[in-house]
Design a protein around this ligand. Structure first.
Ligand SMILES: Nc1ncnc2c1ncn2[C@@H]1O[C@H](COP(=O)(O)OP(=O)(O)OP(=O)(O)O)[C@@H](O)[C@H]1O
Ligand SMILES: [Mg+2]
Length: 305
């Protein structure tokens, strides 16, 4: 069985995309699944959370990163495989005395320059935007097609907005998760974003996504606006021909999540303080992550690990 690919995306920044990717990666791995995280954001937040500063610096120096790979395949000598850039067992977190099986294809701030260079070079070669996205998609799909056999889940952390790489991950994904804060500005344009993402699957060679994007309410606070907006979203998800579906699980705004994301491998006290999955995320978040894993495996029709 090859891995299910999940793209975590939202036009809006700061809604918890990276928090979703990192926590779900660890929760899936704690449930016994083999997980690959692909960081497609030049902020490299998921990379730093999972690999820590020192290892990430080494991988960047070796160009064992997503832009190192794409540069080689699209503008370079075409010698690299995705496996050359995937680092296995990056996590120092354990569950039941076993290290979580998480692999990482990291990003780096250089990704921003690479995306600009790629668009410049390929536009000069008379390629349209659609051609550029198609070339990126072809490379990623071919190479991920081989690599994904080693995993149960591939989680892709997308940058905010819709970059060429976000378009590509949406095309490759079995499921698109849209983390959303239940307030006015965060839900403004959500319908449109979800409809756009679904229609991306309709272009030429590409299959239609099997399911609608799934909204995950994140950073939920016990305030009226969040309650009202969450209820409104759930109504929209049940309407005729909805633009999106929704997870029942909601992720609260809690210091436990901010803290957990800050506990990277080489943070001063990380090893001593948070080596264990249940301690890292704490008693409020762990059961919610378990609920999310259950919903996810049901939506994607994946067997229990
Ligand atoms: N449930 C939560 N409770 C408390 N803080 C959270 C929660 N989720 C995320 N955060 C914090 O909110 C900030 C933004 O979260 P995160 O980086 O996951 O968002 P993002 O959508 O990936 O942002 P970007 O668009 O910049 O990539 C971070 O500082 C993170 O620690
Ligand atoms: Mg992010």
């Amino acid at each position: 069985m090859s891995a299910k690919i999940i793209a975590v995306a939202n036009m809006k920044g700061g809604v918890g995309k990276t928090a979703t990717v990192v926590s779900m990666a660890e929760a899936l791995a704690a449930s016994g699944y083999r997980v690959l995280v692909i960081d497609l954001d030049a902020q490299a937040n998921a990379s730093i959370c999972l690999a820590g500063d020192a290892l990430l610096a080494t991988l960047m120096a070796r160009q064992a990163t997503i832009e190192g790979f794409l540069h080689d395949r699209l503008l370079g000598k075409r010698q690299m495989s995705l496996a050359d850039c995937i680092r296995n067992n990056v996590s120092n977190v354990s569950h039941l005395n076993k290290q979580l099986a998480i692999s990482l294809l990291p990003s780096s701030p250089e990704l921003r320059n690479f995306e600009q260079l790629l668009i410049y070079e390929l536009t000069k070669a008379k390629m349209s935007w659609a051609d550029i996205v198609n070339s990126l998609a072809a490379v990623m799909s071919t190479h991920l097609g081989k690599a994904r056999k080693a995993y149960d889940f591939v989680l892709i952390d997308c940058a905010p907005g819709i970059s060429a790489l976000t378009e590509v991950s949406i095309r490759l994904a079995d499921l698109i998760i849209v983390p959303t804060i239940a307030d006015f500005l965060s839900t403004f344009g959500l319908q449109n974003f979800c409809a756009t993402m679904s229609s991306r699957g309709l272009s030429e060679q590409v299959r239609r996504p099997a399911r609608p994007p799934y909204v995950l309410i994140t950073r939920r606070r016990q305030v009226r606006i969040h309650a009202e907006t969450a209820a409104m979203l759930r109504d929209e998800a049940l309407a005729d021909k909805p633009a999106f579906a929704m997870f029942n699980t909601e992720i609260p705004e809690t210091v436990a999540i901010g803290d957990a994301l800050g506990q990277t491998v080489d943070a001063p006290s990380a090893k001593a303080k948070y080596p264990i999955f249940s301690q890292k995320w704490g008693p409020i978040v762990v059961p919610l992550l378990q609920d999310l894993v259950d919903e996810l495996t049901e939506v994607l029709d994946v067997d229990r690990a």
